[in-house]
Design a protein around this ligand. Structure first.
Ligand code: AHZ
Length: 325
């Protein structure tokens, strides 16, 4: 080592000692000596029980839900935020097929980071205090992951909201409508996503069910209670996308699948917002986000996310009105 190098090392050592590093563990790690560092003790079974007891308690609580949101992409998460914030008394369940919630909203478009939102969707960013650059007619969040992680961090803190990820909705539960004609959705059929993907490898792997609220123990309608709702936000067609839109055409004989049309930002964003909300062919069924484009045959908008936020808000407001009426 050269004399100059050791002089530099000594100097940096001196500066470090002169300015003690402050960190969250300062009371535990004294004078930066990590050699005696220990975690508090634990048994492996304790870890297992800490996770599984909570998960099964949540499954038990959410077996009957007021609001079931299928898909935790940008539109579903925005809707979840609005509903959970306004109605802490409702049991809200979100089923997400992927391990990671957020859908496509971890990137803006292609593999680019920035997320574009056309005004007035920026007002939702203001509500969540998500910073953006104001470009006049539109705003830019510097990374889509900043939007998604912020919405997720808010939604997951609501005590009445539970996200079951790595779980796929495989079917809808339906019953005759209250008014005697037509059909109403009464819950969702779920399975671990890996099981859903492996059905062709096993003779039978039956699913689980989450039921909507509003029924008595014998399965008949409890008319003194509001009927729960399903909000589907599963995005456009793909291995899991457009799930309820595709299923609904078999349930509602009058419906033909619209099929998402080519990209036209101006028409698409307005079209998705207009089409979001209650689906008239099946009672208690709601849609938001890109799934609306598949259901109703709107254009796609590509990498602008304003309609995801606003359609989520619109569907959420309709659901809030349903529970308030
Ligand atoms: O994993 C899916 C994703 O996270 C999930 N999902 C789909 N089918 C499911 C099922 N059970 C459970 N059967 C399911 N989960 O739904 C989520 C959909 O998220 P997304 O980001 O695809 O949809 P979005 O409508 O919220 O946002 C779409 C964003 C797009 S696509 C687009 C274009 O192609 O032009 N432009 C925008 C802004």
């Amino acid at each position: 080592q050269s004399a100059t190098q050791s002089a530099t090392d000594n100097l940096s050592q001196l500066q470090l000692n002169a300015t003690p590093i402050r960190h969250a563990l300062s009371d535990v790690v004294k004078e930066e000596d990590w050699s005696d560092f220990k975690f508090t003790p634990i048994r492996e079974s304790t870890v297992s029980r800490a996770m599984t007891s909570r998960y099964f308690k949540d499954l038990d609580k959410h077996a009957v839900s007021d609001v079931i949101i299928v898909g935790a992409g940008s539109s579903g998460l925005v809707a979840a935020y609005v509903i959970a914030k306004n109605r802490p008394d409702l049991t809200i369940t979100c089923i997400e097929a992927n391990v990671s919630p957020g859908g496509g909203a971890w990137l803006g478009g292609q593999l680019f980071s920035a997320m574009i939102m056309r005004k007035p969707a920026h007002l939702f960013l203001d509500e969540l205090e998500i910073p953006y650059e104001d470009e006049g007619d539109y705003v830019v969040v510097k990374h889509a992951a900043l939007f998604t992680s912020t919405v997720l961090s808010k939604v997951l803190q609501f005590p009445n909201f539970k996200l079951f990820n790595a779980t796929a909705v495989e079917d809808l539960v339906t019953r005759p409508a209250d008014n005697g004609s037509g059909v109403q959705v009464a819950g969702v059929v779920t399975n671990w996503t890996l099981v859903t993907q492996a059905h062709n490898l096993q003779s039978c792997m039956d699913p689980n069910v989450i039921e909507l609220s509003g029924y008595q123990n014998d399965g008949t309608r409890d008319v003194s209670k509001k009927h729960g709702v399903v909000l589907s936000t599963t995005g456009h067609d793909g291995p899991f996308g457009a799930f309820s839109a595709k299923r609904i055409v078999s349930i509602d004989n009058n419906k033909k699948l619209g099929g998402m049309k080519g990209l036209d930002m101006n028409n698409a964003e307005a079209g998705v917002v207009k089409g979001a909300g209650a689906y008239s062919g099946v009672d208690h069924m709601y849609f938001a986000g890109m799934e609306v484009a598949e259901l109703e045959g709107c254009n796609r908008m590509g990498p602008t996310f304003g309609a995801m936020a606003v359609s989520g808000i619109k569907a959420a407001e309709e659901i809030l009105r349903h529970f308030a009426a």
